[in-house]
Write a protein that binds this ligand. Sequence first.
Ligand code: SAM
Length: 229
Amino acid sequence: MEIKQSTLYVVATPIGNLEDITYRAVQVLKDVDIIVCEDTRVSGILLERYGIPKKIMIAHYKQREAETIAPVLNYLREGKSIALISDAGTPGISDPGHFLVSEVVRAGFPVEPVPGPSAATALLSVSHIPNTHFYFEGFLPHKKGRQTRLRYLSGLDCGVVFYESTHRILKFLDELKEHFGEREILIGRELTKMHETLFRGTVSEAVRYFGEHSTKGEFVIYIHGKTGS
Ligand code: SAM
């Protein structure tokens, strides 16, 4: 595979199990001149696992998204090839990336996807709840607007995908019960990792289950739409 000059590759990486990476993703990461990542330590583990040679790494996280635009555009103008990765999954999906991609597009450089894992599509792929149509919410706002958003989402006639952290999962399930009522729910905890759990049941059953079992780790949730999907 030939890497193109002056191109930004948006590369999906594993969401837990390091084996979940495509041949092409590894090849692109080996061959590009520069890697833009969130946390160099997190990405370092993946790069070492696949013998990806050391190269220029640019840290790109939410607080300094704007600062990375100028160096990235300068490298692209010099003809360099760049890969954008996040700590896990697909960049730009509840992760930094969208701003950089839009600025690179605006500057007239090509942006190419190197698709792979995402927690949302991993969960949807094993869903018993209809998924012909779905709405991706990702993380809800922590405070302001959270309840308004939940009220709006509970009226949609397709299933809704949420991301939630270990700290808020119990409170979040209570909120789902209040706004969505007794619907079917699918919860993926620590997908592709050692303690992977797939919970299927009603919202009340989920509240009970996670009240009695571990809530450590990362959660992705899919809840039935108002009238099916
Ligand atoms: N870009 C990622 C993607 O494509 O899925 C999402 C990154 S976002 C910062 C991290 C959130 O995604 C976690 O808090 C959790 O809600 C969800 N997530 C990521 N990995 C997961 C996993 N292995 N199992 C369950 N949820 C996961």
